[in-house]
Design a protein around this ligand. Structure first.
Ligand SMILES: C[S@@+](CC[C@H](N)C(=O)[O-])C[C@H]1O[C@@H](n2cnc3c(N)ncnc32)[C@H](O)[C@@H]1O
Length: 197
């Protein structure tokens, strides 16, 4: 089945959906996918894994998502406490700048996400400006845990809404220099090849 592209009226968010549309190919032929902070499971369709596990702290939202996706396995609780759950493709997007997320838990959350990834697995996550003070420590945590860590800065036009968002995001996808500008406050990580675990 072809992967559906999520749409947004916000160019920066649309760019994130382009990134995921491309990078979630990493989940192909993997066994367990974990969507940490899954919300309504709107990224579930991007997982090419045999199994899908959704983690979320919001009990009602998770229950509703589970009703829509009864094949999912669900865990109700904070990511920071879910480090014992393991998978081959771990995704955590639009979570660490969510109002439910305590920014001082950034390192604990990233540490739990890293712990979830099985050997040779991959981790994709993003965060916004409030987490930037922790960025150097996050990088230090990731470097010895993965064979490859790629980081992209983006966020231009994050506050704007326009029907041209897909076009603007496509331009930003192809030409990285366009990702700068007002709202350039987001970091997107793709980590591959979990070492040890
Ligand atoms: C904006 S939604 C994003 C949902 C989904 N990742 C997406 O891209 O559509 C943020 C979700 O993160 C969840 N969340 C926030 N802090 C969390 C935490 N510490 N542990 C687990 N879930 C958390 C919220 O309950 C919410 O469902």
């Amino acid at each position: 089945m072809p992967r559906r592209l999520r749409l947004s009226l916000k160019p920066a968010k649309q760019l994130l959906w382009f990134f995921l549309w491309w990078d979630m190919r990493l989940s192909r032929a993997k066994e367990i996918g974990i969507d940490a902070g899954c919300g309504r499971m709107e990224n579930k369709h991007l997982f090419r894994t045999e199994r899908y596990v959704g983690i979320d702290v919001d009990t009602e939202r998770l229950a509703e998502a589970h009703r829509q996706h009864p094949d999912a396995q669900v865990i109700n609780g904070p990511i920071e406490d879910a480090g014992d759950v393991v998978g081959d493709m771990v995704l955590c997007v639009q979570v660490m700048h969510n109002r439910f997320f305590k920014v001082e838990n950034t390192l604990a959350a990233v540490s739990a996400l890293v712990k979830m990834v099985r050997p040779n697995g991959a981790l994709i996550f993003n965060f916004g400006r409030p987490s930037f003070p922790y960025e150097a420590q996050v990088d230090a945590l990731l470097a010895p845990a993965f064979t490859s860590v790629k980081k992209r800065k983006y966020g231009a036009l994050s506050a704007n809404q326009t029907v041209f968002a897909p076009l603007l995001a496509l331009a930003m996808f192809v030409i990285p220099a366009l990702r700068k500008g007002r709202g350039f406050h987001k970091t997107y990580y793709v980590c591959r090849g979990r070492i040890g675990g």
